[in-house]
Design a protein around this ligand. Sequence first.
Ligand code: ADP
Ligand code: MG
Length: 687
Amino acid sequence: MLLTDLHGVGPKLAEKIKALGISQVEDLLFHLPNRYEDRTRIHPIGTCRPGQRVLIEGRVEHAAIVRARRSMLVVVLSDGTGRITLRFFHFHAYQKQQLGKGSLLRCFGEVRVGFQGLEMVHPSYNRLSSYDEAPIADRLTPVYPTTEGLGQSTWIKLTDQALALLRSGELALQELLPKALLRQLKFASLTDALDYIHRPPPDADVTALTLRNHPAQKRLAMEELLAHNLSMQKLHRLQREQQAPGMSSHGDAESIFLQGLPFELTAAQNRVVAEIHADLGSSKPMLRLVHGDVGSGKTVVAALAALRAASNGHQTAITAPTELLAEQHLRVFSAWLKPLGLEPVWLSGKVTGKKRSAALERIGNGAKLVIGTHALMQAGVQFRQLGLVIVDEQHRFGVHQRMDLLNKGGTGNQQAHQLIMTATPIPRTLAMTAYAGMDISVIDELPPGRKSVRTVVMSNQRRPEIVQRVATACANGQQAYWVCTLIEETDTIEAKAAEEVAENLRNELHNIKVGLIHGRMKSADKQQVMDAFKAGRINLLVATTVIEVGVDVPNASLMIIENAERLGLAQLHQLRGRVGRGSNQSSCVLMYNPPLGDLARQRMEIMRETTDGFRIAEKDLELRGPGDVLGTRQTGMLQFRIADLARDADLLRLVPPAADALLESAPLQADRLIQRWIGDASRFAGV
Ligand code: ADP
Ligand code: MG
């Protein structure tokens, strides 16, 4: 049913509402209130407390336009139990009349403390002719998320109509949750749940509703989680039905490569490589997530996969989410694979003009190894025979981006194999949602000889001690990072702050070479600094969080993180992973700006207690919620309308079995669920 079928909705209003993703009456019902107001009771003015949002009634004792810096209309209202001032900064002349002395008003607004006792600024109000005139609301009043020019009264009018259509059965919303699940979780029917959420009774648990923790909302969250799992699984099933180039072991490149490495693969690496090689050998596309904590050695695994593709005449595309990380891959892969005759092509957003054309040409001509940032996923890039796509730190990319890359294949009806690598230790429950339908390999072992990083937490009042510690470490031939953190500031501000920190440290530490790296620097300059640090020509590297992922300098064994309290656990864990990569005992100082809040203290504590990424991730999920764990807030990969992976964690384990059962026994119902919550998901499939 179209929005324009409702009373009072013309094309113009429909257009406005459409901007919020609502085009059908049904969608309107899934646009849920953010909060509720209780207009079911009239509060005696004498009992009102600051901060309350309440309904009051009273007679105007006094009204006047007061001319201060700007004029305002000030009205004093009394109901016999007390007085309250109403203040209007914007008003029309007729309002002075309407709100004149003796008028009877019913107002709703937030009670605040003003100059003359309690007041309400711009309350909503009605003029009554007698006290018992207008009926009071018998349900809580919903407040909807909205945009410019769409008032709450419009939302109420629209949802009133939609709910009436739903109750009368004219608007049929199919129940899509399996009956067994509804019974098991004691969920209300869809109609009852929607009715409750949009118009809760006065005795409803408003706290639960506001937190979206009410069973009526939970059942919608369950639908949405199911829909996401189903769409991911369907996408991946569709992909698996494609043909892929089977790649068998050819020649001796792989053994030459392994012999040339300065280390032996760990048992875990060997196992994962074998799993990947088995997948690549099949003519069904590989769809594998390699999950290994920071420093577990995923890169070499990726290199072996790329070698297998190359020796079968296929191209491999390797993408990483940041310039710095992608560049590091370029360096490592060049060093490893050039001796075997594989010269990587480099493509990032900063490669422009002739260089870009040259890179595109080599890619189009079938260069075996292509490394880059998301620039690889953009228009204009066309492969000749893409056989393998490797995405590092997948959680930073969206699903569509991965699909965009897959579609640049140039292999006719064949599809490339996909290898996704992530260091974010994803709790299992999350993995089941974010990576539904993928095979998962885990590198659950660190290379031998790694000592776990010792972590201490210190207030920045002890900065001199910390600086001394850096001095001593560097004097002993160790290298250190000093990480400056600013959150939600621009690159420029962050760069400036880092420059200042570096300058101060240079003044404090005379015999030590201090380097600086931040996001505003040109790539070549960044590279120069990284090279100097790697070669030991810089002792202390002052850095912004650009070094968060991927940077690998084994001799660096001390890390100071300034304002550590501002960072989330995932980020702290990634950063700390930059040390502890060599044979020295490494340490990490989490320096904070006191006082430490409760959440920050808990984060510092878990960091001090463990280096186990999985434990840290579980704690992160508990403290912050999964958008942050997966880094999806930025990418929109897992954006939910209602569900929240942390709040609804209790539902997650029920999702995979329910999804499997639905796909098996009621595939059409599964499609409808996807359609309801995600829309046309097949747009990802590219098939
Ligand atoms: P990550 O999994 O975080 O991407 P890397 O692939 O960057 O880890 O590996 C971290 C470091 O460990 C690199 O310096 C790499 O050369 C080294 N490394 C990888 N595998 C082994 C191994 N089996 N033995 C010793 N060092 C290894
Ligand atoms: Mg890595």
